[in-house]
Design a protein around this ligand. Structure first.
Ligand code: ATP
Ligand code: MG
Ligand code: FE
Length: 334
């Protein structure tokens, strides 16, 4: 089975070809980060325009690098949501055009299902499993009893982890996206500031990062008012320690309660070295397999969409020519 994945939900135009849902044949990502940097975040109109300019080039490159033609494809998988509507539409229209012109089956994929299935490009999935999804727009614990079945057992009540990283980075005048910069600084400092950890109700698997974000901002402003400065390394290390502590503790507790065989890390924040190290340490003593994808498969890409799309295709899921972008698509309804 050869599946082409197309991803345009945010600021990466990506096309990939994956064999049997597990083997990457080609994986092309065109990032727009440089165009959004001076605005300190993704500007939806600019994102859509870039996708339109890039999609054909990226498509041709993915085919050329794989050495295949449209006739070789078993299916086209495209991110239908969630994401920016104008951005999603570019991928959906491209996928529909190819599927129609070449008479290839079409499958719609949930972007977060894609992030989770990035793990299958690394390691075969063993059920039941738990996935910690930490990205720019999502922070959730997803329980999977079998392929294609997603149960959200906990999620953020306010900011996503990546969003908190990017906002704290902005306070420290670091470039967008701030996650990697905070991560780098955190390793150069000590977590000596006492910042809040939102555990919420004792049995809750939900998260909250807005209080922590505000605490960092207040700490910076209060110090400035006293004419003092706190080393950015100390702030970054303390912030990261708080985020990682909550994420790892809740993931470990959920993994034990749900008696899972595997824990999968997913989403852009999965690129965080502090989080990767802390999870590895927490799970070494547990009879639970921890899977962490390489950095290139954590941030947005289309190989993950092709991987998730292969499972959906095998289950008989098909989209028609009325497939539309769905900015608020629900993971559990997949
Ligand atoms: P979603 O997947 O929820 O729709 P998205 O696609 O915009 O959102 P991703 O591309 O998966 O999000 O992840 C981007 C986020 O990951 C950004 O917030 C970025 O700061 C964060 N990030 C990337 N690398 C790191 C890192 N090393 N440490 C912390 N955060 C990171
Ligand atoms: Mg992105
Ligand atoms: Fe993403």
């Amino acid at each position: 089975i050869l599946v082409m994945g197309i991803e345009t939900s945010c600021d990466e135009t990506a096309v990939a070809i994956v064999k049997n849902g597990t083997e990457i044949i080609s994986n092309i990502v065109s990032s727009q980060i440089e165009s959004h940097k001076r605005f300190g975040g993704v500007v939806p109109e600019i994102a859509s325009r870039h996708h339109v300019e890039q999609i054909t080039i990226v498509l041709e490159e993915a085919l050329a690098q794989a050495g295949v033609t449209f006739a070789d494809l078993s299916a086209i998988a495209v991110t239908e949501g969630p994401g920016l509507v104008g951005a999603l539409l570019v991928g959906v229209q491209a996928a529909k055009a190819i599927a129609f012109a070449h008479d290839i089956p079409l499958v719609g994929v949930h972007h977060i299902a894609g992030h989770i299935y990035a793990n299958r490009l690394v390691q075969e999935m063993k059920f039941p499993l738990l996935s910690l999804v930490v990205s720019g727009g999502h922070t959730e614990l997803v329980y999977m009893e079998k392929h294609g079945s997603f149960e959200v057992i906990g999620e953020t009540r306010d900011d996503a982890a990546g969003e908190a990283y990017d906002k704290v980075a902005r306070t420290l005048s670091l470039p967008y996206p701030g996650g990697p910069h905070i991560d780098r600084l955190a390793h150069e400092g000590e977590p000596t500031l006492d910042l809040p950890r939102a555990w919420l109700e004792p049995d809750s698997y939900d998260f909250s990062f807005s209080g922590l974000k505000s605490a960092v901002i207040n700490t910076v402003h209060n110090a400035a008012q006293r004419g003092e400065t706190i080393a950015p390394e100390t702030l970054a290390a303390s912030f990261q320690a708080s985020v990682v502590d909550v994420l790892v503790t809740k993931t470990l507790r959920a993994a034990k309660q749900y008696e899972v065989k595997q824990v999968l890390l997913a989403g852009g924040v999965a690129a965080n070295k502090g989080l990767r190290n802390a999870l590895e340490e927490a799970f070494t003593a547990e009879p639970i397999e921890l899977v962490i994808p390489p950095l290139s498969l954590c941030t947005d890409n289309a190989a993950m969409i092709a991987a998730a799309g292969t499972i959906a295709y095998e289950k008989g899921k098909r989209a028609t020519m009325s497939l539309n972008a769905q900015p608020g698509l629900d993971l559990e309804a997949q």
